[in-house]
Design a protein around this ligand. Structure first.
Ligand SMILES: O=C(O)CCC(=O)C(=O)O
Length: 271
């Protein structure tokens, strides 16, 4: 099982991201094949006019699900989130164009991270992810000031690509990991930029279960009793179950209490 060093942990704590160059290089071929195998489930083909997204993504294919158990991926997750981290879902994308500066969340109670796998070589000129180091520190004055600048960028007359940031150039097989609180964006991408994510977090404490319920509702890929896709649940080992159990139990419980309400659809298709 991979384990992050103290230096890597300090880097992540300080800057809010870390890049693992070449981590899954040997697996790039099958990962790309599996990625492509998910998209035919959509009736509409990606035509480049806007982003095409599938949620939950890795949950659609057993082999992609196995990434949650992979000792490199699980090792990073355990180092950053603890042995009993939660798998919180994933999205798969054919992006078109820019992604403006944003945070994926504002979490104070626990750490939420995203692992992003881009399947093509990218740099600052063609849509590589860029991050604003340190902005994950929500209560730090810098984090607050940076948030104001990012949100008022329209009025400032500055293009997002001109804000100070770290561009994370990627080659196939690299894994990018960042805190959901971190400001991130991408500019100059083509209409065929391929990427998928894994979202993971620390286990919710017993008195935070209402917050978990809200998270599940907000992310709206809860169907019937389950938040996860069939392949994810059916192929789960005991070890993987540790990372699914908290969300799945809340969904089961929630499903019973909301039987009379219409079910939320699985969010498959275009955002
Ligand atoms: O690659 C991109 O355009 C942005 C990715 C992103 O914002 C995300 O995954 O949260």
């Amino acid at each position: 099982m991979m384990k992050l060093t103290d230096e890597q942990l300090a880097f992540f704590d300080t800057f809010g991201f870390i890049k693992f160059a070449g981590l899954l290089k040997a697996d790039h071929e099958w990962i790309t094949e599996e990625f492509e195998a998910v998209f035919p489930m959509l009736e509409e083909k990606h035509d480049g006019s806007k982003r095409t997204m599938i949620v939950p993504f890795v949950d659609q294919r057993e082999r992609l699900c196995s990434l949650v158990d992979d000792p490199r991926i699980a090792g990073i997750a355990k180092s950053l989130l603890g042995e009993d981290f939660n798998y919180m879902g994933s999205d798969g994308n054919y992006y078109t164009g820019d992604t403006p500066w944003h945070r994926d969340g504002e979490n104070r109670a626990r750490r939420h991270i995203k692992m992003a796998l881009y399947l093509d070589e990218l740099d600052g000129s063609n849509g590589a992810l860029r991050v604003m180091p340190g902005t994950h520190r929500l209560d730090d004055q810098y984090g607050q000031d940076a948030a104001k600048v990012c949100r008022s960028i329209g009025q400032l007359g500055i293009h997002g690509a001109d804000l100070p940031a770290q561009v994370l150039d990627v080659a196939p097989g690299d894994v990018l990991v960042f805190d959901h609180n971190l400001f991130h964006a991408s500019f100059g991408g083509s209409s065929q930029r391929r990427m998928f994510t894994l979202n993971l977090c620390q286990r919710f404490k017993d008195d935070e279960i209402d917050e978990l319920r809200s998270y599940i509702l907000m992310h709206a890929h809860f169907r019937g009793e389950h938040y996860y896709g069939k392949a994810m649940l059916n192929s789960a080992t005991e070890e993987r179950r540790t990372h699914l159990e908290q969300v799945d139990s809340v969904c089961g419980d929630f499903a019973k209490r909301t039987e009379h309400l219409p079910r939320l659809p699985m969010r498959i298709g275009r955002p």
